[in-house]
Design a binder for this molecule. Structure first.
Ligand SMILES: CC(C)(COP(=O)(O)OP(=O)(O)OC[C@H]1O[C@@H](n2cnc3c(N)ncnc32)[C@H](O)[C@@H]1OP(=O)(O)O)[C@@H](O)C(=O)NCCC(=O)NCCS
Length: 226
């Protein structure tokens, strides 16, 4: 049985656990190495000294993407963005998916970056694919859809970067890729989860239709360090 509490701090749990090799740390703060992800986490109760650790880790005037953490920084941390969303979980079971789903690797990074730039599924950087397995669908050799594994708290894997090129939408590509990842995650004894912005009605319809259920509302927040 996967531990639901691990989903309340998915960034911190990942940085302490299966993404420890991709983490930078200072005192009670941690973040991903550049080029992989911008998410940061506080590894203790967020007292003023803990925020000071994060400021020292990131440097002055830098972006601190706190993901879904509800912790409030000291007043000299400038808010950069606030985005309401929800956390969804897969109820269980191993779905089927079509065979034209292919695994993507380092050679595919330029095409993945281009697709992410055109579709904006969320943050995607040159080394983001190192967080897990990324899969795609090609049409005449061109990458037209992708999805991948991102945060990895114990017992769980987050599905992320779900996107389809505008000219290839409505053909079931995103549904096939999410099913393929859920099957992969379920087969290794974990459960899938994901995050979506409340404003993204197309993606919410996609995930609802596949059978994901909402676990809780979350607010994504980013700040600038003093
Ligand atoms: C959301 C997105 C990935 C859907 O890709 P897609 O390949 O067109 O999706 P599919 O064809 O697999 O659609 C599967 C189901 O999702 C739902 N869906 C997909 N697009 C939808 C839309 N624009 N409006 C309503 N429902 C939609 C439908 O239920 C659909 O099933 P149906 O075709 O039987 O009605 C695509 O619109 C996209 O790339 N958006 C921008 C990036 C993004 O926001 N990613 C999600 C981040 S959380």
């Amino acid at each position: 049985m996967s531990n639901l509490a691990a989903l309340d701090d998915p960034v911190g749990e990942s940085l302490r656990g299966r993404h420890a090799h991709l983490a930078r740390r200072q005192g009670r703060a941690a973040t991903y190495v550049p080029g992989v992800a911008t998410f940061s986490a506080l590894t203790a109760d967020p007292a003023e000294e803990t925020w000071a650790d994060l400021a020292a880790l990131l440097g002055p005037g830098e972006f601190a993407d706190m993901f879904s953490s509800p912790a409030t920084p000291p007043p000299d941390w400038e808010p950069v963005f606030v985005l309401d969303g929800r956390q969804l979980i897969w109820p269980g079971g191993c779905p089927e998916y079509p065979v034209d789903v292919v695994e993507l690797g380092a050679d595919d990074v330029p095409a993945m970056l281009d697709l992410a730039l055109r579709t904006r599924p969320g943050p995607f950087w040159p080394r983001t694919h190192e967080l897990g397995t990324y899969v795609g669908i090609r049409d005449d050799g061109a990458l037209v859809a992708m999805a991948g594994e991102r945060l990895r708290p114990p017992g769980w894997t987050e599905i992320s970067a779900v996107c389809t090129a505008p000219e290839a939408r409505g053909r079931g590509h995103a549904a096939a890729l999410v099913r393929a990842l859920v099957a992969r995650i379920t087969t290794r004894g974990e459960r899938a989860f994901l995050h979506v912005a409340d404003s993204n009605t197309a993606a919410i319809a996609l995930y609802d239709g596949l059978g994901f259920t909402t676990r809780k509302a979350v607010t994504f927040r980013g700040f600038r360090t003093p």
